[in-house]
Design a protein around this ligand. Structure first.
Ligand code: UDP
Length: 386
């Protein structure tokens, strides 16, 4: 048990997801500083949490997490804690009953159109864009060429419109353009979801990876603990929860999208051809995850999860995605201004920064924050070897 006074000389990290784990790990190992991690849930690893079920299948409790990065720094950092397999993510969309490669690319053209029309569109795309380049759908939609306009309209309606309405409750044009651009139209034949230099799944899972990061004599983890209820004194506080909650919602609530997962088990080896299938023209769920693909788990059975999107409501579900738009950023910034007035307090992570981070971007943010603090804070332990 941690005594109140113990916090005095200590770094407190609220939240034991990837952001909190990086902060704790760096403070403990590189600066020999004491850290207490306070986690509301009954497990570590935040939304990266995974576990093996009775069939030996590694389940991602909060939806598929696929690691990918172009950053050598992130790759080297994570490689200290785990090996990664060579999994490369491929996604199919079910479009009016047809299986189509996503991101929509040249192979997708031949899956949905006649060979003649596909050839014509492929040629046209190559006249307008570089091979292996990426074009956001909302950009392609603005193209004046009649055939490209037809194609953009098709992709918009069959890939993005219904899926985005399900996922966000609004139209593609109404959300931040960077979100649609995450899944661009791909001018080429690469069926992979990501083209990053490093890709894979940690071979013992994300929970084990994060456990390794935080297993250190300088780190104490308190699970099932709400920071609100203990408010330990601290030397520095790193808060990875939602900033509006920290300030008791004094300016109003920051909106989030949440997810709901429905599990099904089947007495067959595989349910679908890829780990994720997006339902872009039918069904209420957005996508189906079949987890055994990630670590190549062997079982006669398979477990799938149907993913439904819904509004976040406190007490009912969890925060998954910040809804990034001008209005919400203004609200976030009001809280941030208040945060800046409190000494030795930092917010980070998807919730703390209110940013749609991928795993690698969350890690970069946490590493940069520690480096920034180290530069400005002379009280860091001298044993620094960063
Ligand atoms: N999207 C879509 N259809 C798809 C895939 C993605 O409309 O088949 C849109 C949707 O709005 C989604 C966004 O693109 O929220 C980003 O997709 P991504 O797969 O990156 O979402 P994540 O895996 O982070 O939930």
């Amino acid at each position: 048990m941690v005594e109140k006074s113990e916090g005095n000389n200590c770094n407190i990290v609220v939240g034991c997801g990837i952001s909190g784990a990086v902060i704790a790990n760096m403070l403990a190992t590189r600066f020999n500083e004491k850290v207490i991690i306070i986690e509301k849930k009954n497990h570590i690893a935040g939304s990266c949490f995974d576990y093996r079920d009775d069939n030996g299948i590694c389940i991602h409790k909060y939806g598929s997490h696929i690691f990918h990065t172009n950053s050598d720094i992130v790759w080297e950092y994570l490689s200290q804690f785990s090996e990664f397999n060579s999994y490369e993510h491929r996604v199919l969309a079910l479009i009016d009953g047809l299986e189509v490669n996503i991101p929509f690319n040249f192979n997708s053209l031949y899956q949905v159109f006649s060979k003649e029309l596909a050839l014509k569109l492929e040629k046209n795309l190559l006249e307008n864009y570089d091979y292996n380049s990426k074009v956001p759908i909302l950009e392609l939609k603005k193209h004046e060429d009649k055939d490209l306009n037809f194609l953009a309209d098709f992709i918009y309606k069959k890939v993005f419109l219904e899926y985005t309405k399900k996922q966000w409750g609004i139209l593609p044009e109404e959300i931040d353009p960077s979100i649609m651009a995450r899944v661009p139209v791909y001018i080429g034949n690469d069926n992979r979801y990501f083209q990053d230099k490093y890709q894979g799944i940690p071979i013992d899972g994300y929970t084990e990876l994060i456990k390794k990061m935080i297993t250190h004599p300088n780190i104490t983890v308190m699970l099932n603990t709400d920071y609100k209820n203990i408010k330990l004194k601290y030397k520095r506080l790193f808060y990875t929860g939602s900033i509006d909650e920290f300030f008791d919602y004094k300016y109003g609530k920051l909106p989030y999208r949440s997810l709901r997962f429905e599990f099904e088990e089947y007495n067959k080896e595989f349910y679908q051809k890829t780990a994720v299938v997006n339902y872009t023209t039918s069904e209420e769920y957005t996508r189906v995850h079949e987890y055994k693909y990630y670590l190549n788990d062997k079982s006669d059975k398979t477990v799938i999860v149907k993913e439904y999107s819904e509004a976040f409501e406190e007490g009912k579900n969890e925060r998954y995605y910040p809804i990034v738009n001008e209005k919400n950023i203004l609200l976030y910034n009001m809280y941030l201004e208040d945060a800046k007035k409190i000494k030795n307090l930092w917010f980070l992570g998807r919730l703390g920064d209110y940013k749609y981070y991928d795993i690698d971007k969350a890690i970069i943010r946490a590493i940069s924050l520690i480096e920034e603090i180290q530069e400005n804070d002379k009280s860091f332990n001298n044993s620094s070897n960063l």
